[in-house]
Ligand binder design. Structure first.
Ligand code: SAH
Ligand code: SF4
Length: 353
């Protein structure tokens, strides 16, 4: 089996070329081709000697995932369906802002957590992605953005913010997610402070992440202030109570000195009442955190509905009156099935029962 170069850092690429009997600086040139220029073939690497290119191609492969479908929203959001070498497909989203891009990456093919309102969760789980496959999605978004822009704008088409909010649960693919963060930072120059990892609240993963000393933002998808409600929405995470998750977040803030973000997906008539808002306010009281309300983007056939704007306003008001810093996610790309897992479902068909 060929080893992918995408996924190795500059140091590892330097070691690799040395093993091939070449000077280490050739490894820096390789990194430039793989990460900065997005090379898809060894023949493109014109400043490397032919012998090295042939040697490398015997045991290695190069190139990021292929884009098999793109949907573009009127607001500029692009949703890509990308295909890995084994045919596995995941979604990646590019969100433009001020000439730059935020890229929303997937970490798994499907998701084993199975949240009942999430299209990805309902589509089953195939496998973890490798760090190279995760980083490759950012390269695919960058390539797509550059293809779209004029020659003059090309320089500004740079992905410079990353959210791990695509398909899958990043902390259930821990090692590859952390490696991907390091590659994004070290090879693509994305500032750690511009990286957000969103987790469904997998407590052992949050504890482990607190030890890494990464200056990233942790976002915890809470969605419910009580165990009963949370268990109904996220049936495969019952092992950790809401209290335990909040307690772990206190520990995370203490250890890292970084504020935690909570995500709360507002599902019409399910978790969007003012009673839940009051319970949530008392849970978050005294914790250095920020709450991001996400009005549900309804997925056909799952039986959940968008909240009414009036209920969203009332929910938000209870929390801000209680002194919680709260924002509401602006819906991007509503015309292109932008909710997690929807595009793959549309192209590939719904999940089997
Ligand atoms: N598995 C991680 C990260 C991916 S999901 C997590 O659950 O946090 C990223 C966010 O999108 C989560 O907060 C998730 O609950 C939310 N989400 C999933 N489907 C959604 C939908 N249809 N509408 C709005 N938010 C959704
Ligand atoms: Fe997985 Fe996150 Fe979707 Fe839940 S919301 S099924 S954890 S991707």
């Amino acid at each position: 089996m060929l080893i992918a170069l995408l996924g190795l850092n500059t140091e590892e690429l330097r070691a690799l070329v040395r093993e091939e009997g070449q000077p280490a600086y050739r490894g820096n040139q390789l990194a430039e081709w793989v990460y900065r220029r997005g090379a898809r073939a060894f023949e493109e690497m014109t400043n490397l000697p032919d012998t090295l290119r042939v040697q490398l191609s015997e045991k290695h492969e190069v190139g990021h995932p292929l884009v098999v479908s793109v949907r573009r929203s009127r607001d500029g959001t692009a949703k890509l369906l990308v295909e890995m070498r084994d045919g596995a497909r995941v979604e990646t989203v590019g969100l433009p802002y001020a000439g730059r891009f935020t890229c929303c990456l997937s970490t798994q093919v499907g998701c084993p957590v199975g949240c009942v309102f999430c299209a990805t969760g309902r589509s089953g789980y195939t496998r973890n992605l490798t760090a190279g496959e995760i980083v490759g999605q950012a390269l695919a978004v960058q390539e797509e953005a550059q293809n779209r822009s004029s020659q003059v704008d090309k320089g500004s088409c740079r992905v410079d913010h990353i959210t791990f909010m695509g398909m899958g649960e990043p902390l259930l693919n821990y090692a590859q997610t952390v490696k991907a963060i390091q590659l994004l930072n070290g090879e693509l120059d994305i500032a750690m402070r511009h990286v957000t990892v969103s987790t469904v609240g997998f407590v052992p993963g949050i504890r482990r992440l607190a030890q890494e000393e990464l200056q990233i933002t942790l976002a915890v998808s809470l969605h419910a202030p009580t165990d009963d409600l949370r268990q109904r929405l996220i049936p495969n995470m019952v092992k950790w109570s809401v209290a335990e998750i909040i307690d772990t977040c206190h520990g995370y803030v203490q250890q890292t000195g970084r504020r935690v973000t909570f995500e709360y997906c507002l599902l019409g008539g399910v978790n969007d009442g003012t009673a839940e808002a009051r319970e949530l306010a008392s849970l978050l009281h005294g914790l250095n955190c920020h709450l991001n309300l996400i009005p549900y983007n309804s997925v056909h056939g799952l039986g959940f509905y968008n909240p009414s704007p009036k209920d969203v306003r009332a929910f938000r008001e209870v929390l801000s009156n209680a002194g919680i810093q709260v924002t509401q996610r602006v819906q991007r790309g509503p015309d292109i099935d932008a909710a997690c897992g929807q595009l793959r479902q549309r192209i590939t068909g719904p999940a089997p029962d």
